[in-house]
Design a protein. Structure first.
Lengths: 247, 101
């Protein structure tokens, strides 16, 4: 631990969240909001098919706001599973947000509870947009990019829940391809160098190897182990260089 | 109705707890370069896992279907154009087309 690269760098200046930077986040989040809105339409349809009332489906999107977890919970329910099992499925599906919230932690400001509140806007796209190469996060980008995604998620659910038979079979319109395509776009934007590509390949292999045995969501969290490649000397040197550039 | 309430409240609470736990437990500490270095590679690992599990896995089985081809074409569209919307629309459109055939 005497390696100088392991010593914590000085704290970065407390960055201000300006209106301009929030708006830049909103703009960056818009395409993801539209894609998420389409997904939310199919969630509204699926939730209704699983026996939720229209209001319940909409409220669920408004207070849970976690697409893959909502789909997972509803799938358990529609297969006749217990509510407890559905909640556990949602928690496992969301377990990747644990890794994301740990990553975000040092970039939050204020008292502990207020910091926990700042973790709430974490959704996949905003978290990726806010991530900087030095391992810190742009909070204005996170908050700004999540705002339109939240609105679109709720609005899309309203459309799906209230919409009639036109939308009865979301898979007929290929809507189930939206999620993986959405994540693929996020992934491709991350593959800056050979190391990131190697980590992605390793993450994919870990996840696929676990799919046959582990409950849904766990393979994704387990794949985060591939990022431990960041502990190598070369990767640390690169991060230290990125840190130097940003201050 | 109470079942639905428990479901929604339960999902909301676990989601908020998971998203808040990192900042609550670790916030305020300036973390070492090694930690930051791992974090910088985390998106590649997580999103790769999400793509393959969503595009290839149906439950506990690995399957290749219309959506696999759709997602692959969506990826090409994003790679060529950088458009997220183009990517998801192409993926959905091709998937729908293949299923209609």
């Amino acid at each position: 631990m005497l390696d100088e690269q392991l010593l914590p760098p000085p704290a970065p200046p407390d960055e201000e969240i300006t209106r301009e930077r929030l708006l830049a986040g909103v703009r960056a989040g818009l395409p993801f909001a539209v894609a998420g809105g389409l997904l939310a339409v199919s969630f509204g349809v699926v939730a209704k098919d699983a026996g939720l009332s229209q209001v319940a489906a909409i409220v669920m999107s408004a207070v849970v706001f976690a697409g893959s977890a909502q789909f997972a919970a509803i799938a358990i329910l529609s297969q006749g599973g217990a509510v407890g099992a559905a909640i556990v499925a949602a928690a496992l599906m969301n377990s990747r947000f644990l890794a994301m919230s740990i990553a975000l932690a040092p970039s939050t400001r204020g008292r502990p509870l207020w910091r926990a509140v700042q973790g709430q806007p974490i959704v996949d796209a905003s978290w990726a947009l806010a991530a900087r190469p030095d391992g810190t996060f742009d909070r204005a980008m996170l908050f700004g990019a999540t705002a339109p995604q939240y609105l679109a998620w709720v609005a899309g659910t309203v459309v799906g829940a209230l919409g009639g038979g036109v939308l009865a079979h979301p898979e007929r319109y290929g809507l189930d391809a939206i999620y993986p395509a959405f994540f693929l776009a996020l992934l491709l934007a991350e593959l800056r160098n050979g190391r990131a590509r190697g980590v992605a390949a390793a993450g994919a292999v870990i996840a696929l190897a676990l799919v046959p045995f582990a409950p849904a969501g766990v393979p994704i969290l387990a794949a985060s182990a591939a990022a431990l490649v960041g502990l190598t000397r070369a990767a640390r040197a690169e991060t230290a260089a990125a840190l130097e550039r940003t201050r | 109705m109470s079942t639905t309430l428990v479901l929604i409240a339960g999902c909301a609470v676990v989601t908020a707890a998971i998203k808040g736990s990192g900042p609550l437990a670790l916030g305020g500490r300036d973390l070492p370069v090694a930690f930051r270095s791992v974090i910088a590679l985390l998106p590649a690992a997580l999103f790769a896992a999400l793509v393959v599990t969503q595009a290839l896995a149906g439950g506990h089985d690995l399957t290749v279907g219309a959506e696999t081809a759709g997602v692959a074409v969506g990826g090409v569209v994003f790679w060529r154009t950088g458009s997220v919307l183009g990517c998801v629309v192409a993926a959905a459109a091709l998937t729908a087309l293949l299923r209609a055939l």
